[in-house]
Ligand binder design. Structure first.
Ligand code: TXE
Length: 501
């Protein structure tokens, strides 16, 4: 798609989508600029939804849920609509990818190869899942049949981040609606563009009006209003740990169900017996994919001392040759960071590292590319896991190397973190691999592979990386209420309040 045509597809001012149509923002609604991080130019304006507007979206979602038009629709109907959404996302993947990269800075090749296929797959997966899963029957007690059914919960508030807007928001959205819920989606205020197109796709695919509503604005305004609304039953959130904590506190007061997928500081352990070339290429993907802005980034690269020099030689050659450039260029490997604030934050890690005696092996400073929030792919060598670069989530193209002697030490460094989202392990020793699988305190352990997401399996974190999981049965637990129904098989003597005289 040509940039000129794309421009015609972006409204000058994005409002909210309620009951199947765009709503004219209220007079006095605050306009927020949506910025292109590669040019620093304003792409369009975003009219912020205040609490009155959020309340109206929630009321529509609730009324639609209660109408039963979707919540009680046959599974085959919901499946058909989800598959149609999948088809339309595939058909319009190029346009959606272009919209996605404009405000995120994700390189187009990654949007095409990873983000859009994943968005399409999210709808396909839940379409298939709901048509295959059965409810349970317990008949161990010969007097009774007990059924356990799963019913939609009600209204889901879905709060999405800016680092992989479509892929992550559609995982929540597809799960919520597959199980019959209505929802109100709030994307990040920095990356609202693809959702304009997505709402129209949902309508064309046959999602009834009012099932999916979209509100826009900043977290403490629009997001907070959504979490505070008493008619929102579930909050599904992906974002920063501090925000997750605030959301959990507020949602807890309303006794809402909450799932949070938060930050990470994941270890990527490379043992001396590993396939070094594969481990190097995978360390590049884990550290610098998505411009390093991914919760599952392998940011702490733990190298066994005996192969550290050989590994670093190959790794640094590759890192120094990474192509930094415009996200729209298919050969770009590293695009800009999301915002000037994020650029400043990452720069502070580079500066602190220097002051802390951490050796900078590559990068460590903004790239010579202006305009845009570009940062050089960075590798630093720390002395101890307690240094700031090893403890805090950096969320940029920034990998910290530590060395270890024996495998127990590697596992202990990996687990010495407030986070516990994922871990990568490279070894050809089966015993070591199994030990890592047993002992790592993370929600996912990848052995001899870069990122692999199996949607049937749970994804989520230990410790401060989040609460709850999504994927397959875990999404079903989140988005449904379980109901137990017991029926006697035949009439039998009823119990008495007391023994008869
Ligand atoms: O994310 P926020 P920020 C991490 C990463 C990053 C840090 C901060 O380390 O540097 O978080 O990023 C909405 N009530 N991750 O501050 O604020 C917000 O509008 C309700 C990890 O930009 O968490 C957006 O829609 N909602 C990560 C969403 O939360 C609120 C992805 C995420 O933004 C809110 C992103 C509030 N009080 C950042 N405050 C991952 N796990 O992949 C904000 N929001």
């Amino acid at each position: 798609m040509q940039a000129k045509n794309l421009k015609n597809r972006i409204p000058e001012r994005i409002g909210s989508w309620q009951n199947g149509r765009w709503v004219t923002p209220a007079a006095g609604a605050q306009d927020l600029p949506v910025i292109n991080p590669a040019s620093e130019a304003v792409i369009c304006l975003l009219a912020e939804d205040d609490s009155a507007s959020v309340d109206s979206a929630v009321a529509i979602a609730k009324a639609t849920f209660q109408s039963g038009i979707w919540s009680r629709a046959a599974v085959s109907e919901r499946k058909g609509v989800l598959l149609k959404i999948r088809d339309l996302v595939v058909e319009q993947a190029e346009e959606l990818a272009q919209l996605e990269i404009l405000s995120t800075g994700i390189p187009i090749s990654q949007a095409r190869r990873r983000h859009l296929p994943r968005a399409a797959m999210n709808f396909e997966f839940f379409a298939e899942f709901i048509s295959q899963t059965a409810d349970r029957l317990y008949d161990q007690n010969p007097d009774y049949l007990t059924l356990v059914r799963h019913e939609p919960v009600g209204v889901a508030g879905l709060i999405a981040p800016w680092n992989a807007p479509l892929a992550l928001a559609t995982m929540k959205l597809a799960g919520a609606i597959a199980f019959g819920n209505s929802c109100v989606l709030k994307p990040s205020e920095m990356t609202p563009l693809p959702f304009v197109r997505l709402m129209e796709i949902l309508k064309i695919a046959g999602v009834p009006d009012g099932v999916v509503n979209l509100v826009n604005g900043r977290g403490p305004v629009t997001g907070q209003a959504l979490v505070a609304n008493a008619d929102v039953d579930i909050i599904a959130f992906t974002g920063g740990t501090a925000t997750g904590r605030a959301i959990g506190e507020l949602a807890g007061r309303g006794l809402k169900r909450v799932v949070t997928e938060l930050g990470g500081k994941s270890a990527n352990i490379v043992c001396a017996d590993a396939d070094i070339e594969r481990a190097v290429e995978s360390a590049v993907l884990a550290g610098f994919g998505n411009n390093g802005q991914q919760c599952l980034a392998g940011t702490r690269l733990l190298l066994q001392r005996s192969i550290a020099a050989e590994f670093l030689d190959l790794f640094l050659t590759r890192v120094r040759s990474l192509r930094i450039g415009l996200p729209s260029d298919a050969t770009t490997e590293i695009g800009p960071l999301i915002s000037s604030a994020q650029l400043e934050r990452i720069q502070s890690f580079g500066n602190d590292a220097r002051n802390d005696g951490v050796e900078i092996l590559a990068g460590g400073k903004p790239a010579d590319l202006k305009p845009g929030y570009f940062f050089e792919p960075t590798v630093v060598h720390a002395q101890s896991n307690s240094q700031r670069v090893c403890c805090e989530e950096i969320f940029g193209p920034f990998v910290t190397v530590l060395e270890f002697d024996d495998f127990d030490e590697a596992l202990s460094i990996a687990n010495d973190s407030e986070y516990g989202l994922v871990a990568y392990v490279w070894t050809n020793n089966l015993g070591q691999a199994m030990k890592a699988a047993d002992e790592l305190r993370t929600g996912v352990v990848w052995i001899n592979t870069p990122v692999y997401r199996e949607l049937r399996a749970p994804f989520g974190g230990f410790k401060h990386s989040g609460v709850g999981r999504d994927g397959g049965d875990w999404s079903r637990s989140l988005f449904t209420e379980s109901k137990t129904i017991s029926i006697p098989r035949q009439d039998f003597p009823l119990a008495q309040l007391a023994d008869s005289k």
